[in-house]
Design a protein around this ligand. Sequence first.
Ligand SMILES: [Zn+2]
Length: 100
Amino acid sequence: MSEPDVLCPLCKVPADGRSLRCPSCREDLTALARLRYAGRMDYNAALAALRAGEVAEARVLLRRALAAEPGLAPARSLLETLGAVGAAVAGSAGREGDTP
Ligand SMILES: [Zn+2]
């Protein structure tokens, strides 16, 4: 996340990448940028939670990421994967004697 495509709501020009201020009216667009990337931040937090084995936490974060940014495809597919894995775990729970 190097090039924030955050537009000033007043001037419709992209915020300065480093200061996150509108180059035209000098409005501070940090809050807007944070909002713009809220989904991605939650997605990254979900990945960290997964790495730590916190699947339930990851699911919550992924749902929040999708609420903030419904078009966030990686979060959606990961949530679907987690749903499938959860179902598989639940389905295999009663068949532990199947292992060869
Ligand atoms: Zn502006």
